[in-house]
Design a protein around this ligand. Structure first.
Ligand code: WQD
Length: 338
């Protein structure tokens, strides 16, 4: 694919920053639009340190019309990768209007501004959470969808919006990527997952136990119908995920219309598998206690990754030990985050 100028909303976030590093490394120019509501401006310096090139930065909200119109008048954007959005499942239950306003409402404004500017190539950060409680695993893209929380519904509604847009305006080219469970960090240890407060997700909680920031891990449920009774998920290295976006941009540049693809490894690991792998990778004990199930959790969720291989020519290659070792290097080198 020729050199592109790419707009990356939420580009200072966990997945966004790792994707920007790979985009710069592939020779593209990048404009990050981020309001730093869940990230730090320091990430841009770390991206430059790793990539040897600095992305352009616009500080602002990805759903703010005047910010977007000004940005699109200054930059000729070839394609957009849209990461920006609120992403905490529990918080979405408590604050549904904030999630619908920011995630869905903000994306409507973004798409209207892109349409106006004629920038009609779009890659959307969706989530396996749209599948809800799958009837079986591994999960294919044609499985029924039915998210069980407001956060997941915002992703689901945006997916429907994008498919409707592609029907109404056939000159749009849209890739919808359903992520499974992103973990790990860039091998340099200079960027990584940087949750504020108590981590909702498993891996950052485990890394904080390993570094002594948390006394022990609470394992949410030991009585699921899984090999060891704990929840099974498809953990995918964030750099593999980032590279999946480069492949998605190639496909978006080639055609028209909207398509949906899972980005996962196809391998399911339990919570206790992660604990054991992390102890091996870090050399640190991870004390844990099995407690009640977390409301809304499903027993198993992992991808059938064959469509990504077929349509994107992409597969995840980094194994669980690498995911854990890279997570640990980031945590050990940045105990207070950025
Ligand atoms: C993984 C497993 C928990 C924490 C969520 C969102 C999804 C995506 C990824 C945004 C489960 C168990 C966890 C802990 C635990 N986010 N667990 N103790 O719930 O699969 O997916 O994050 O896109 O949309 O739904 O990820 O990391 O929270 O949980 O036992 O302290 O670890 O029960 O089995 P999840 P998770």
């Amino acid at each position: 694919m020729d050199k592109q100028t790419l707009l990356v909303t939420g580009g200072a976030g966990y997945i966004g920053s790792h994707t920007v590093v790979e985009l710069l490394g592939a020779g593209h120019d990048v404009v990050i639009l981020d309001n730093f509501s869940n990230s730090s401006p320091k990430v841009v310096d770390r991206i430059e340190e790793i990539a040897g090139r600095r992305p352009q930065l616009v500080e602002g909200d990805a759903g703010d019309r005047s910010t977007l119109q000004q940005l699109l008048s200054r930059h000729r954007i070839d394609a957009t990768i849209h990461f920006a959005g609120y992403k905490a499942v529990g918080e979405s239950v408590a604050k549904p209007l904030a999630y619908y306003g920011n995630n869905v409402g903000g994306t409507v404004v973004l798409l209207e501004c892109l349409e106006e500017a004629g920038a009609r190539r779009f890659v959307f950060s969706s989530s396996a959470t749209v599948y809800g409680d799958p009837a079986s695993v591994p999960i294919r893209e044609d499985f029924p969808t039915g998210p069980t929380n407001p956060y997941g519904r915002t992703k689901w509604y945006i997916e429907h919006m994008l498919n409707d847009l592609a029907v109404a305006s056939p000159d749009w080219s849209i890739g919808i990527l359903r992520y499974f469970n992103p973990v790990g960090a860039h091998v340099s240890g200079r960027i990584g997952e940087n949750p504020r407060g108590i981590p909702n997700n498993l891996m950052p909680f485990v890394t904080q136990v390993a570094v002594g920031k948390r006394p022990q891990l609470s394992v949410f449920g030991g009585d699921y119908p899984t090999p060891d009774g704990t929840g099974v998920r498809d953990y995918i290295h964030v750099v593999d995920l980032a590279l999946g976006h480069l492949a998605a941009l190639e496909k978006v540049a080639r055609g028209k219309g909207a398509w949906t693809i899972n980005l996962g490894t196809g391998i399911g690991y339990s919570v206790l598998d992660i604990v054991k792998a992390f102890e091996k990778a870090s050399g640190r004990p991870i004390p844990y206690q099995i407690v009640d199930r977390r409301p809304g959790d499903v027993a198993q969720c992992y991808a059938d990754p064959s469509l990504a291989a077929q349509e994107l020519g992409w597969r995840a290659t980094r194994d669980l030990q690498t995911m854990c070792a890279d997570s640990w290097r980031w945590q050990e080198g940045n105990p207070e985050g950025y």
